[in-house]
Design a protein around this ligand. Structure first.
Ligand SMILES: [Zn+2]
Length: 365
């Protein structure tokens, strides 16, 4: 029987918690990571019905996209559905885990699922993460350049857009003198040594720093590895909110909205005024995407598909772009199956269930 940690690790390999937004509260909310898991129930939202479903189906780990708790709580007594559900989860030894904005940030995450559904190609990130990229410079003796660079690349360094193994190397001479307690691999302690070395530079995403440095130090021959880490101002195109991509073929605006209706199972789409041109390039963002309208407008896309746009924001379309709002739940409804797929791929024989409850708090009449 896997522990909660085993299952959570599968998710966090793909969507590390370090990627979540500062306001978010993703991660394990109740229970201990080493608890054996009797079954997993996956849903978009933690609701009373989902908790009851977990209890009756013998699942003690509930994984949702939206976290139950956003605001800090001072007590568990008193009114409110959040407190009521928290108390119930603790009473029934349920583990609540949420993969939220960390799952929004990865290309194969929430928006990635939407893009899959529409068959978008040539994908790029709509709002790339900022200040998430570091430059690593390490000095490596000639014979180890292959070993060290291989270790860096396989730990996740050197990715730029659609390219991996990106680095630059310059050759030169390193100098060092170890003190009497040193144990130098080359040269003698107490004597100044010159060694032919490469200055190897590459880039890495901030959240992988620990792993990449560990792997680098493991294969580097020196007792003290000389390296520098620099923060970069570059945008990191590998991660971020939303996706831009092309439809397999251009569609009329109405045909596009019909396709969205069919693929997302919605009967009504709120949209801005028609732009009177075919739609080929699509910007999209699952959930409350209204705040990313400025980036959508400058993305060169014909349409912006998202889950929540406010009244006044529709005016920003201004004939330049078609905005299409299909509802927060509707845009993210396939996120539960994304989580389900990730876990059941790693634990094929384990009891992982998709919730049968439709957790959308918004009803249509
Ligand atoms: Zn959401």
């Amino acid at each position: 029987m896997p522990s909660a940690r085993d299952i959570i690790e599968v998710l966090e390999q793909v969507a590390p918690l370090a990627l979540q937004e500062s306001y978010d509260n993703a991660g394990l909310l109740t229970g201990q990571p080493d608890t054996p898991v009797t079954g997993v129930l996956v849903a978009l939202d933690p609701t009373q019905e989902v908790l009851d479903e977990a209890i009756s189906s013998g699942c003690n780990l509930i994984i949702t996209h939206h976290p139950l708790v956003f605001q800090p709580l001072k007590t568990l007594s008193g009114e409110g559905w959040v407190k009521r559900l928290l108390v119930k989860a603790v009473k029934y030894d349920l583990l609540l885990y949420a993969a939220h904005t960390n799952l929004d940030m990865i290309p194969a995450g929430v928006s990635g699922r939407m893009a899959d559904l529409l068959g978008l190609t040539n994908r790029t990130v709509l709002v790339p993460r900022k200040e998430d990229l570091l430059k690593l410079v390490v000095y490596v003796p000639d014979a180890y350049i292959g070993k060290v660079s291989d270790a860096l690349f396989s730990a996740g360094a050197g990715h730029i857009g659609h390219y991996d193994s990106c680095s630059f190397r310059t050759h030169g001479t390193g100098t060092f003198r170890g003190d009497l307690e040193s144990n130098p691999r080359v040269g003698k302690r107490g004597q100044l040594h010159h060694e032919e070395e490469y200055r190897l530079e590459t880039v890495l995403p901030r959240h992988l720093t620990g792993r990449i440095l560990r792997e680098m130090i493991k294969v580097h021959p020196y007792e003290e590895v000389a390296y520098d880490l620099f923060p970069l101002l570059n945008e990191y195109s590998g991660q971020g909110i939303g996706i831009i991509g092309n439809l397999p073929e251009a569609l009329g605006e109405k045909a596009f909205l019909d396709l969205v209706k069919k693929k997302f199972g919605v009967v009504t789409i709120r949209h801005s005024d028609w732009i009177n041109r075919p739609v080929r390039k699509v910007a999209l963002c699952g959930g409350s995407g209204g705040e990313f309208i400025p980036q959508a407008l400058t993305s060169g896309a014909d349409v912006y598909l998202t889950g929540e746009i406010k009244y006044h924001q529709y005016a920003d379309a201004d004939g330049k772009m078609l905005f299409a709002d299909i509802g927060h739940f509707e845009s993210e409804q396939f996120t539960a199956s994304l989580i389900y797929d990730l876990i059941s791929e790693k634990f094929p024989k384990f009891a992982v269930h998709l919730s049968k409850n439709i957790t959308n708090p918004i009803k249509y009449y």
